[in-house]
Ligand binder design. Structure first.
Ligand code: FES
Ligand code: FES
Length: 230
């Protein structure tokens, strides 16, 4: 067997786009390169990886192609509209840019922190359409047009959000690095109805790690804010 031609698509990384990936790779090799080399296969794979990540968010004509099951190729940055804290930011972003990097490096909202950058610490937690997500694990283009709330959007002018105030009242932080993510997650925890007891708060806040081990005071803060938010 020719080793060059037999190199499989990285299905484990391709996720939901894997089927399209393989289909298009097959189409490409049969139409344009009967004797595909490893280089051509890799180039096709790169193009389609971008395609699978952007079909929903590309121009209407491209979206129509995608809905019809046709492959499209998006090259380079795409225009993304990110609505953050009720302000719409238009940015040209590579499809691979995470929401976290878009917020911090392309919009300048550095309140959201980058801890692990792989979904383990919760420091990057933001709300999207009211639901908490780890912004390091989602692509910015996937959140085009959605309602994103970051820590910068919590206070009402000079008046802190009840959760922010509760963290101060209970000394729910030391170094403060995890605090924006803790607060965003805590707000969602209360809104989800998961702050009925200390045990429940601990359980539903368990995705947010604190290297300073402020957990007891964080729980106390969430408990206090839950009363103020109801
Ligand atoms: S930085 Fe996103 S979960 Fe750690
Ligand atoms: S307050 Fe330091 S990591 Fe949580």
């Amino acid at each position: 067997m020719d080793r060059e031609e037999a190199t499989p698509a990285p299905a484990c990384r391709a996720g939901p786009g894997a089927r399209t990936h393989r289909q298009v790779m097959s189409d490409t090799s049969s139409e344009a390169a009967p004797e595909a080399t490893r280089r051509t296969v890799l180039k096709a794979g790169t193009a389609i990886a971008v395609t699978s990540a952007t079909t929903t968010y590309a121009a209407p004509e491209q979206a129509a192609h995608a809905m019809a099951g046709q492959a499209i190729v998006v090259q380079g940055p795409v225009k993304v509209l990110l609505k953050v804290n009720d302000v719409v930011y238009e940015r040209l972003l590579e499809p691979r840019v995470t929401l976290l990097d878009a917020l911090r490096e392309r919009i300048g909202l550095t309140g959201t922190k980058k801890g692990c950058d792989r979904g383990e610490c919760g420091a990057c937690t933001v709300l999207v359409d009211g639901r908490r997500i780890t912004s390091c694990l989602t692509l910015a283009i996937m959140q085009d047009g959605r309602d994103i709330t970051t820590i910068e959007g919590m206070a009402d002018g000079d008046r802190l959000h009840p959760m922010q105030q509760a963290f101060i009242d209970h000394d729910g932080l030391q170094c403060g690095f995890c605090t924006p993510g803790q607060i965003m997650s805590a707000v969602a925890c209360v809104q989800e109805g998961h702050a009925g007891s200390d045990d429940e708060i601990r359980e539903w806040m368990s995705g947010n790690l604190c290297r300073c081990s402020c957990y007891p005071t964080i729980v106390a803060a969430v408990r206090q804010a839950a009363e103020g938010m109801s």
